[in-house]
Design a protein around this ligand. Structure first.
Ligand code: ADP
Length: 374
């Protein structure tokens, strides 16, 4: 079988020209994040944000050219609109206008506070917490948006019970979907379910930026962001591109997960994002038959860990069938059964988050804007 090399890909792409800019896309420095894995080719074509929508034919052409190479099994080519992507000549004529949408603009100016819900690893219930926390904050009277930034495994369409595609009123921005009183946006609304997306660093960043910049979020008290697990590019993008009010770290009581949670925590600390606190999920189990409470993992680990790391402990959520069924069934427990003890656990957490946000937003308002762009 022919071994596909990066060199072969670049040679082929060297024959794909960007007619507007009069050159091939390799020499123009537009190809980024090239990755070849057993004949599967991934890369991004970086384009000026203003040209974004006109570039689809070029993307298609590049993809077709790559697919035609013997040995190539698949080609995934995405357009990204990034700043400082390459040595791009400045446009000679025409002003660089529209700075509200320019890359340096502060994203989400009408959102009072943004909180990132993060975990060191997957499967700890981060999305479940993000969904229930969002609905709970809305029940506490806040206007809430929920951004599913877990682009590796978007779960909000399912957890919030939303089907269909978002609309656009102006052809430029996407209207968020709505469910259980909150606005929701997820990459899951835009790509086919089951389509595996393999994201490279730069793509993650630009996809995230688009979900913030190109979505008509409107005015919100808080935008809850369900982060991808881990501590990579997405965290950094969020920390750098939007003024994050704070992060909520979700962890299960197992020590191993806590070690992961610590990584997540350190990431936010390094980027000066205040950590609002830790939520212990799947904390204990109450037997639905006899009511006996069982500590499956050594319960309380998260609380101790939070103390050790001098961050606040926001609360614990039990491992319970009802939580799984409701979140997997499209109505988070806080919406499905607000009086239940589980919903009350989330509401108590939301109450703490809300009061912390209010303090932080007041503090931040009195300081100069802190957004860091490198
Ligand atoms: P993550 O976002 O960390 O990958 P999810 O929120 O998708 O995790 O949760 C993983 C699975 O565990 C889901 O099926 C979810 O319904 C279930 N789950 C999460 N938290 C709980 C809980 N407290 N009790 C029971 N099931 C839960």
């Amino acid at each position: 079988m022919v071994q596909v090399s990066e060199q072969m890909i670049l040679e082929t792409l060297g024959r794909v020209t960007d007619k507007e800019r009069g050159g091939d896309i390799v020499s123009l420095g537009m190809v980024s994040g090239l990755n070849v894995l057993d004949g599967n080719v991934f890369f991004a074509i970086e384009v000026d944000p203003q040209r974004g929508s006109r570039m689809e034919p070029l993307r298609q052409e590049a993809e077709d050219a790559i697919k035609a190479i013997p040995g190539v099994e698949s080609a995934t080519v995405v357009l990204t609109a990034e700043r400082d992507s390459s040595p791009q000549p400045q446009p000679e004529q025409g002003q660089h206008h529209g700075h509200a949408h320019g890359p340096d603009a502060v994203l989400l100016p009408d959102v009072k506070a943004i909180i990132a819900v993060a975990s060191g690893k997957g499967g700890v219930g981060k999305s479940t917490v993000a969904a229930n926390l969002s609905v709970a904050l809305s029940q506490l009277g806040m206007s809430v948006g929920l951004l599913d930034a877990d682009i590796y495994g978007p779960s909000m369409p399912r957890m919030m019970g939303i089907k269909g595609e978002p609309s656009s009123s102006d052809g430029k921005t996407i209207n968020p979907m709505e469910a259980h009183g909150i606005k929701v946006m997820s990459i899951g609304f835009l790509v086919e379910e089951e389509t595996p997306i393999i994201w490279r660093g730069p793509m993650v960043m630009s996809a995230l930026e688009q979900l913030m910049r190109d979505v008509a979020w409107g005015t919100l008290d808080v935008l809850v962001v369900d982060m991808p697990p881990g501590t990579g590019d997405a965290q950094l993008t969020m920390a750098q591109r939007v003024p994050l009010a704070g992060a909520v770290i979700v962890s299960t009581p197992q020590d191993i997960a806590l070690a992961d949670a610590r990584k997540g925590l350190n990431m936010f600390r390094r980027t000066n994002v205040p950590v609002l606190g830790l939520v212990e999920n799947m904390s204990y189990f109450v037997c639905p038959h006899c009511g006996e409470r069982t500590e499956i993992f050594s319960h309380g680990g998260a609380r101790r860990e939070a103390e050790m790391l001098s961050m606040d402990f926001l609360g614990e959520v039990p491992l319970d069938m009802a939580i799984r069924e409701t979140s997997d069934g499209g109505t988070p427990i806080v919406a499905a059964d607000p009086q239940s003890p589980h919903a009350q656990a989330f509401l108590a957490i939301a109450g703490k988050v809300k009061s912390k946000l209010e303090t932080l937003v007041d503090e931040q308002a009195s300081e100069a804007p802190k957004i860091v762009i490198q």
